[in-house]
Write a protein that binds this ligand. Structure first.
Ligand SMILES: Cc1cc2nc3c(=O)[nH]c(=O)nc-3n(C[C@H](O)[C@H](O)[C@H](O)COP(=O)(O)O)c2cc1C
Length: 347
């Protein structure tokens, strides 16, 4: 099983870096959000401060590298280089699924970035189906052994359905998430993998003790596409564009979480600081992405990721300046306009 998991991890990285794995007929629809541009913002661009605190950790701007890897030997270098860049810039990162290290604890070193970069927020990661296979005690031991700050539970029915070896029994998993959120020693949040969280799922999750929802909507990396390339399954192409665009998922999740004290992470196809600021205006607390960071790491290592993150931060600051907002809470009060196709989704 570990060997199969390790092989899958390597294939995921190779496919994501070398093939076109994006949605080809769907976008995030963040292009249908227009900000209230100000030609006279009445603030100084250099005074824009997007720093924030998420689950007790400081972020220099509201960004988390979404879960990418762990469990294969190639993962160790990727995770350490991303962690170093996050530490330099002051943002957080997610680790890939920890299933491999629960099965084989010696793989812990491929995830253990906290031992070198204790200052950054790091989330562990586990597929929701694994809540059936491992006890809370086993999961707790695993997360404590690498000292992560939170555990992201990924919910990925579309991806699993593409895999011959996929875990496709999704019965009763909301109860499992709820139980885990009551008993695990660290905060839990729920994340998709790029096909989006709907209003009804967010409403059910709102009643649990999870701390956040990471929407991971459609418009960026398509995981039905990645896994169908792996298995050369023709039906994979049928499902390449399945899911809720990221803008829809943020708006619906925000609505579902009204009155509940939970955070929102906006992700899935977020490719620049303007889209990131639009996501904050829609109500997100953090934004994230995976594939662009992996591509920068593969090309230019730590320096590549630092440059990418610094540029992204600058874009977010400029976008905030252009709507006259000097911090995140001001952005979250900003008005915005919905145009085009997004209106159809929101009807
Ligand atoms: C190579 C690679 C491996 C990934 N592995 C995981 C994983 O183990 N667990 C998980 O929750 N998400 C995983 N993801 C999904 C991302 O966290 C993210 O949800 C998805 O790629 C959409 O974001 P993007 O459009 O910015 O890439 C992986 C992404 C990439 C690129």
């Amino acid at each position: 099983m570990v060997l199969q998991t390790e092989k899958r991890k390597k294939e995921h990285i190779d496919l994501c870096v070398n093939k076109d794995v994006s949605f080809d007929k769907k976008t995030t629809l963040l292009e249908c959000i227009e900000l209230n541009y100000s030609s006279l913002p009445e603030i100084d661009l250099s005074a824009v401060d997007l720093s924030t605190i998420f689950l007790g950790k400081n972020f220099s701007f509201p960004f988390i590298v979404s879960a990418i890897t762990g469990g294969a030997q190639v993962s160790k270098k990727i995770n350490l280089q991303i962690a170093e860049a996050c530490s330099v810039v002051g943002v957080g990162m997610g680790l890939g699924s920890m299933r491999a290290m629960i099965e084989k604890p010696s793989l812990k070193e491929t995830y253990n970035v906290k031992k070198d970069f204790a200052n950054i927020f790091v989330s562990g990661n586990l597929g929701v189906a694994q809540l059936e296979n491992y006890s809370i005690k086993e999961i707790d031991l695993a997360v404590q052994s690498i000292e992560v700050d939170a555990l992201a539970i990924h919910v990925n029915s579309a991806q699993e359905a593409m895999q011959p070896e996929g875990d496709t029994n999704f019965s009763n998993l909301i109860t499992k998430i709820s139980d885990a959120s009551d008993s695990l020693s660290i905060p839990i949040y729920v994340k998709e993998v790029g096909h989006g969280i709907s209003f009804d799922i967010a409403s059910k999750l709102a009643k649990t003790n999870i701390t956040a929802i990471d929407v991971q909507g459609a418009g960026g990396t398509s995981w039905t596409r990645v896994d169908s390339l792996r298995h050369k399954k023709s039906f994979g192409n049928v499902f390449r564009n399945i899911g809720l665009p990221t803008a829809v998922s943020i708006i619906k999740t925000k609505k579902a979480l009204i009155g509940h004290n939970k955070k929102i992470i906006a992700s899935g196809g977020i490719r620049n600081g303007l889209d990131a600021v639009k996501s904050i205006v829609l109500g997100a607390d953090l934004v994230g992405n995976a594939l662009p960071v992996l591509q920068c790491q593969q090309k230019n290592g730590v320096r590549g990721v630092v440059d990418y993150l610094e540029n992204f931060k600058k874009e977010m600051e400029i976008a905030s300046f252009l709507v006259g907002c000097k911090n995140i809470s001001k952005l979250q009060e900003q008005e915005y306009f919905v145009i085009g196709q997004l209106n159809d989704w929101l009807k």
